[in-house]
Design a protein around this ligand. Structure first.
Ligand SMILES: *[C@@H]1O[C@H](CO)[C@@H](O)[C@H](O)[C@H]1NC(C)=O
Ligand SMILES: *[C@@H]1O[C@H](CO)[C@@H](O)[C@H](O)[C@H]1NC(C)=O
Ligand SMILES: *[C@@H]1O[C@H](CO)[C@@H](O)[C@H](O)[C@H]1NC(C)=O
Length: 698
C-alpha cells in the first residue's frame, strides 16, 4: 500500500522539526548511549487474536492471530469503517466486505496506533489482503511524533480517539496520559482532556457522541499501584465539552447503549467486579443507578460490550481454579447471569488481556503473549528505543537489571537477580555468568580492565542484612579461568551499591553499619580494611550512589526529607563531604532513584514517578511499581526531560560515552522461556499465590 493514498495524513511526515534538537551537545564526539531495564518486558511480546463468541467449550476452534507476530501488539479494537474512510484509505474501490482492526503497536522503538484491513474468509475466519495493509495513524505532525505512548484506540465516525502522553503534565507525579481525537482524513488533532487532568481507558458510545474515561479528575495520583483512584467521566467526543463525573469509583468503562455503561472496580469485599451504571443524557449528564453485576468469589475486570449484543459482556477473570487470566463472556439475562469460558478451553496456561468485540458481536478479540509457535524474533539483548535527542544519545532497553558498560563500551555487565552476567555490547558470544549468587548493581573499575564491583546478598533488605561488596576480576587472557572474587567489606551490614572513583583509587558505597543506610568511601583495592571515610551521616537512608566521571561529585538517592516514608529524592555531595545539595525530587511522597552521571558529568539519568502511571495497572501484566520512567536533568536540577513513555516499570539506567548505533541487538544465546511472567500479584487468590518469576528492578 503506497503511503500517498493518505495524502493529508502523511504529508505531515515531512515535518520532522524537533524541539529537542538543542538538548545537550550534539557533536559526534560527545554522542553517547543510555541503557535501562524494563521489568520483564524483554521476555514477552504480545499479539492480538480472536475467537468466535459462539465457541463450544467441548470442541474449541483454534484462535485466529490478527497481528504480525513480530512487533509488540496490544489493546485492540474492531472498528466499523465508514465507506468514505475506506475509500480514502484504499486507492481502489473497497471490497464489499472488509474487516478492520485498530491496535497499539510498539515497533522500531516507539508506540503508534495501526489500522489493519482484512477481507473476511468464507469459513468465518479472516485472511489478509495479499499484502497486509497497515496504516500507522499518528506519525503525521511534529508534536504527535514526539516520543510518547499511544494507547486504547477507538473510532468515532472518522475520528480516532486514543490516549497519548506527548504533552507534559502541569505538575510532578501527575500522569501525562490524556485523550485526543485525530480526524483521519485531515490529521487535525484535538485534546479532549482538560489541561491539569489525566484520563485513561477511553470508550466511545455507540452513536459516537459521547466518550467515557477513567480519570482521577483534580485529585491527581497519590502513588497507588494496584487500583488507581479513578472515577468515570463522560464528555462530548466532538470537543470534550459537557464533562461530567458519573461514577465516583470505577475504571475501564464501555458502552452497551447510549445510557448504559459497564465498568470495573474493586468492591469493598476485595473482589474486582463488573458494575453497570445507568445514566441519563439530557441537558446535562446524570447518574440514574449503579448495580454490581458479578458476585464475590472471583475477580472480573476490563469489560467490553457491543451494541449488537448489549447483554453480552466480555471480561477478563481470575478464578481460584486457574492461575491465569482468562477471557469469559457474561450474559446478563432476566433469570440471572451465565458465564462462558472463551480462552481457557483453547489455551489454559496463558494470560489473556483486555477483550473487545467485533461490531456484530460474533468475535471476541484479546491479546496474549506469543510463544515460540508464532515464530517472530529472538529476544533482544538491546532494544533500540526512540531517543528524544538522537544526535546526543541513543537509548536502549536491555534484557537485564542494573546494567553498566565497560569503559571501552565493548562489554556490558548486568544482574539477573540472581547472577552477574557479562555480554559483548554487539551481542556476539552470548551472556557469560561471572557470579552465581544474588548480587546488585554493577560498576566497572575505570583503570583496571575487567574489574566489576557489585554487592552480594539480598536486595531490598534492612540495615543489618548480610550484604557485602565484592570485586569480580575477569581473566580474559585465559578463557577457561574463573573470575576471581575479592570481598571488600566485612560484617555484612548491608554494604551495597559500590561506585568507583575515576582515578581508580576509591569506592563509594552505602552501608547500614551505623543502624542507618549512609554513604562511605573505601580503598578500591584493599577495601574497608585499608581505611574508611564516613561521607554522609543521619537517621535516614542514603543509597544508589554514583561517582561522576570528572571525580567532583557523588550523586545518590535519599529519603532524608521524610525518613522511612519510601519517598526518595536525588542529592549530590563532593567526595570530601562538602557541597551537599538536592538535585531533583518528584514531589511529596515521590520516588526518584538510580542516578547515573552523563559522560560529561553535567547531567544525570534517573528513574522517577515524575510522570505518574500511564495506564490502569490492571490492564497490564505484573509490575511492582507500574510508574517508573527514565528521565534526565542537569545536575542543578533544571531541564528535566522524560526519556521513556510506557505503562511498564522502567529503572536502573546507565550512561556510557560510547555511541551505540540505534539498532536492535539480538541475543546470540537465546534466553530462557519467554511468556513466563506473572499476572498482577495482587490478583492472586489466596492459596494460589504464584512465586514471582522475575526479580524486582530497583
Ligand atoms: C523498522 O526499521 C527497520 C530499519 O529501518 C525497517 O527495515 C523495518 O521495516 C521497520 N519495521 C517496521 C515494523 O516498521
Ligand atoms: C448524536 O449527535 C447528533 C448530532 O448532534 C444527533 O443528531 C444525534 O441524535 C445524536 N445521537 C444520539 C444517539 O444521541
Ligand atoms: C571539597 O571538594 C570540592 C570539589 O573538589 C572543592 O571545590 C572544595 O574546595 C573541597 N573543600 C575542602 C574543604 O577541601
Amino acid at each position: 500500500m503506497a503511503p500517498q493514498t493518505l495524502p493529508h495524513i502523511l504529508s505531515f511526515l515531512l515535518l520532522s522539526f524537533s524541539i529537542f534538537s538543542k538538548l545537550g551537545t550534539t557533536t559526534e564526539s560527545t554522542a553517547s548511549s543510555i541503557a535501562f531495564t524494563t521489568l520483564g518486558r524483554s521476555r514477552y511480546f504480545f499479539d492480538l487474536f480472536f475467537l468466535p463468541t459462539s465457541q463450544n467449550p467441548e470442541e474449541p476452534v483454534a484462535e485466529t492471530q490478527l497481528t504480525d507476530g513480530f512487533s509488540v501488539n496490544y489493546n485492540g479494537f474492531f472498528p466499523s469503517l465508514s465507506s468514505s474512510l475506506l475509500s480514502s484509505l484504499l486507492s481502489s474501490s473497497p471490497p464489499s466486505s472488509m474487516d478492520a482492526l485498530l491496535y497499539v503497536s510498539e515497533r522500531n522503538g516507539s508506540s503508534n496506533i495501526y489500522l489493519d484491513l482484512f477481507v473476511p474468509a468464507k469459513g468465518g475466519g479472516s485472511f489478509l489482503l495479499p499484502a497486509r495493509l497497515q496504516f500507522p495513524l499518528l506519525r503525521q505532525s511534529s508534536h504527535l511524533s514526539r516520543v510518547s505512548m499511544k494507547d486504547k484506540p477507538a473510532l468515532a465516525g472518522d475520528d480516532l480517539i486514543y490516549v497519548s502522553t506527548h504533552e507534559p503534565s502541569s505538575s510532578p507525579r501527575r500522569s501525562w496520559a490524556a485523550v485526543y481525537s485525530t480526524h483521519l482524513a485531515t490529521g487535525q488533532t484535538r485534546r479532549l482532556t482538560p489541561y491539569g487532568v489525566s484520563d485513561f481507558s477511553p470508550a466511545v458510545s455507540p452513536s459516537g457522541n459521547w466518550t467515557a474515561v477513567a480519570s482521577s479528575g483534580a485529585r491527581g495520583w497519590s502513588g497507588e499501584v494496584e487500583e488507581l483512584k479513578v472515577g468515570i467521566f463522560v464528555f462530548r467526543t466532538a470537543d470534550g465539552s459537557g464533562r461530567t463525573l458519573v461514577v465516583d469509583h470505577g475504571g475501564w468503562p464501555c458502552w452497551a447503549d447510549e445510557s448504559t455503561l459497564y465498568f470495573h472496580r474493586q468492591s469493598s469485599d476485595g473482589w474486582w467486579s463488573i458494575y453497570r451504571a445507568k445514566i441519563s443524557i439530557g441537558i446535562g449528564v446524570s447518574l440514574v443507578s449503579v448495580d454490581r453485576i458479578t458476585p464475590p468469589g472471583f475477580h472480573a475486570f476490563t469489560p467490553a460490550v457491543s451494541a449488537a449484543a448489549p447483554k453480552l459482556i466480555a471480561v477478563a477473570t481470575r478464578r481460584s481454579s486457574s492461575q491465569f487470566r482468562h477471557i469469559e463472556l457474561i450474559e446478563v439475562g432476566d433469570g440471572g447471569i451465565t458465564y462462558v469460558e472463551v480462552t481457557r478451553p483453547v489455551r489454559p496456561n496463558s494470560h489473556h488481556f483486555n477483550p473487545f468485540f467485533s461490531p456484530d458481536a460474533s468475535r471476541v478479540g484479546y491479546h496474549r503473549c506469543r510463544g515460540r509457535s508464532n515464530g517472530g524474533s529472538p529476544p533482544l539483548l538491546l532494544e533500540s528505543i526512540k531517543s528524544l535527542a538522537p544526535e546526543a544519545f541513543s537509548l536502549f532497553r536491555i534484557d537485564g537489571s542494573f546494567p553498566s558498560f565497560s569503559h571501552d563500551g565493548k562489554r556490558i555487565a548486568f544482574v539477573g537477580l540472581p547472577g552477574v552476567f557479562v555480554v559483548n555490547s554487539d551481542g556476539s558470544d552470548g551472556r557469560r555468568e561471572i557470579f552465581s549468587g544474588n548480587a546488585f548493581p554493577t560498576a566497572w573499575d575505570w583503570k583496571r580492565e575487567g574489574v566489576i564491583y557489585t554487592s552480594h546478598g539480598p536486595d531490598f533488605a534492612t540495615e543489618s542484612t548480610n550484604v557485602d561488596i565484592i570485586s569480580i576480576t575477569l581473566h580474559d587472557d585465559d578463557a577457561k579461568s574463573q573470575p576471581s572474587i575479592k570481598k571488600l567489606t566485612s560484617g555484612g551490614k548491608n554494604n551495597a551499591f559500590p561506585s568507583p572513583s575515576p582515578d581508580g583509587k576509591w569506592v563509594v558505597f552505602r552501608s547500614g553499619r551505623s543502624g542507618h543506610k549512609n554513604l562511605y568511601i573505601m580503598d578500591a583495592l584493599e577495601g574497608e580494611a585499608a581505611g574508611l571515610q564516613h561521607l554522609t551521616d543521619g537517621p535516614w537512608s542514603d543509597t544508589m550512589c554514583n561517582w561522576s566521571p570528572d571525580g567532583e561529585w557523588i550523586a545518590f538517592a535519599s529519603d532524608r526529607d521524610n525518613p522511612g516514608s519510601g519517598s526518595f529524592a536525588i542529592y549530590m555531595v563532593h567526595p570530601n563531604g562538602t557541597g551537599l545539595r538536592k538535585v531533583v525530587h518528584s514531589g511529596e511522597g515521590g520516588r526518584t532513584n538510580h542516578p547515573w552521571f552523563s559522560p560529561n558529568s553535567k547531567s544525570l539519568v534517573f528513574t522517577s514517578d515524575y510522570a505518574g502511571v500511564s495506564a490502569e495497572p490492571i490492564s497490564n501484566p505484573h509490575h511492582y511499581q507500574p510508574y517508573g520512567d527514565i528521565f534526565i536533568a542537569n545536575i542543578d536540577g533544571s531541564n528535566i526531560q522524560r526519556l521513556t513513555h510506557n505503562s511498564y516499570e522502567d529503572g536502573t539506567p546507565t550512561w556510557t560515552p560510547l555511541f551505540l548505533e540505534p539498532t536492535d541487538v539480538a541475543e546470540s544465546l537465546q534466553g530462557s522461556a519467554r511468556c513466563n511472567f506473572d499476572d498482577c500479584h495482587w490478583l492472586n487468590i489466596k492459596g494460589e499465590v504464584t512465586e514471582s518469576l522475575h526479580g524486582k528492578s530497583c
